[in-house]
Design a protein around this ligand. Structure first.
Ligand code: SF4
Length: 379
């Protein structure tokens, strides 16, 4: 796999204290294998970094799982391994995902001393009833206090995650969540529409008819007023699920949506080098065994021209900056020409708008993008 100068680094920490009902991310609710995992991360970092020509990292994102479930000593091993092998740009965004119950004064100070300058706080909702229903392990008060404590500790780049459509959540509680968010010292928010992932407890309950979930129309209406309310509070809706104040976009994630290169370390982590996508095995023991024995721990797919076109369309229309006509014309002339009537129809329907030679998505496009995108794709 060809690596390039300067890229985002993602580290997947696959440990949680318990599994939340809706969560489809790879993680295990057991501390077993933590030591072996850390040994493997150190080795994967050493071996992969040698293939980055400049050894330069532009952003770091430690996600999971629950990275904040690692002790400062354990997390320090991850950061030390990265810093031994890579050179981080001055002022590089360095994000760690944290759960509210882990935000203590000691941890805040440890995370800062490790160079993290951005926290992504998993609040999910500010309703204790809804938190309990999906088996989160913190209260609404803890999420609010965690955000304020992080700001007091000097973190000025805070993001808060919420989910709309959780079981038990009605319009009023969803609106109250957004109102609470606007009062927090966060410059970034991710507000996800609940998706029912296969193999989650939520999916099982829904299949058994034991859950009443909001319908598509209700979710679409919430999406629309969330966008409006957050705009009123100074948040720009710059990606389907992401909002930023004062241009404080998530730099690491924005790179994903702009086809920049990134390397993912740890089980289930994905990498992209412009030519191929690769993904590490989503199993902590199999990942660690492979890395520590020098065997491959990943699968890889070389992207063909049609894949690259489809990916460009899908990722560029996730963000407000949109898809460039020039890129479409010059890099994907045949695919673009074939899909051109569909692009024009979306302009006519005002689901896309044209600006500075770009097709830019509207919030109305985002609400139904799953249904619209296939019309633009190469078959
Ligand atoms: S939502 Fe977060 S804390 Fe809950 S299981 Fe998923 S990764 Fe773990």
């Amino acid at each position: 796999m060809q690596e390039t100068a300067g890229q985002g680094i993602y580290v997947h920490v696959p440990f949680c204290r318990g599994k939340c009902d809706y969560c489809g991310f790879y993680s295990v609710a057991s501390p077993a294998w933590r030591g072996t995992y850390l040994d493997a991360i150190e080795r994967e970092t050493r071996e992969r970094a040698g293939a980055f020509p400049s050894r330069r990292a532009t952003t770091l994102y430690v996600g999971g799982g629950t990275p904040s479930a690692l002790s400062p000593g354990e997390l320090g091993r991850v950061v030390d391994a990265l810093e031994r092998e890579l050179s981080f740009d001055a002022g590089a965004e360095r994000t760690i995902e944290v759960n509210p119950e882990d935000v203590t004064r000691e941890n805040l100070s440890a995370w800062r001393s490790m160079g993290f300058n951005r926290l992504s706080i998993g609040a999910q909702t500010f309703s204790d009833d809804n938190l309990r229903l999906v088996h989160r392990r913190h209260s609404a008060r803890q999420a609010i206090d965690a955000t304020r404590a992080a700001a007091d500790a000097g973190f000025d780049n805070l993001s808060v995650d919420l989910i709309t459509g959780l079981p038990g959540q009605d319009d009023d509680t969803a609106r109250r969540d957004i109102e609470t968010l606007t009062r927090l010292p966060a410059c970034h928010a991710s507000v996800y529409l609940l998706s029912v992932d296969p193999s989650t407890r939520l999916e099982r309950l829904a299949r058994q008819g034991k859950l009443a979930l909001a319908g598509d129309d209700e979710l679409a209406a919430r999406f629309a007023w969330t966008s409006e309310r957050l705009a009123g509070a100074g948040f720009e809706h710059y990606e389907i699920s992401n909002f930023a104040r004062d241009g404080r976009y998530a730099r690491h994630n924005t790179a994903y949506w702009q086809r920049r290169h990134y390397a993912g370390l740890g089980p289930a982590a994905h990498s992209f080098d412009g030519r191929a996508r690769r993904w590490n095995v989503a199993h902590v023991k199999r990942y660690a065994d492979a890395v520590l024995s020098g065997a491959p721990c990943f699968e890889e797919e070389i992207l063909g021209d049609a894949d690259r076109y489809n990916e460009y369309v899908m990722t560029s229309l996730r963000v407000t900056w949109g898809a460039s006509r020039r890129v479409l014309r010059e890099e994907f002339p045949a695919f673009y020409e074939r899909a051109r009537p569909a692009w024009e129809r979306l302009l006519d329907a005002r689901l896309l708008r044209e600006d500075n030679d770009h097709f830019r998505p509207t919030p109305a496009f985002w609400i139904i993008s799953d249904a619209l995108l296939p019309g633009l794709f190469s078959a």
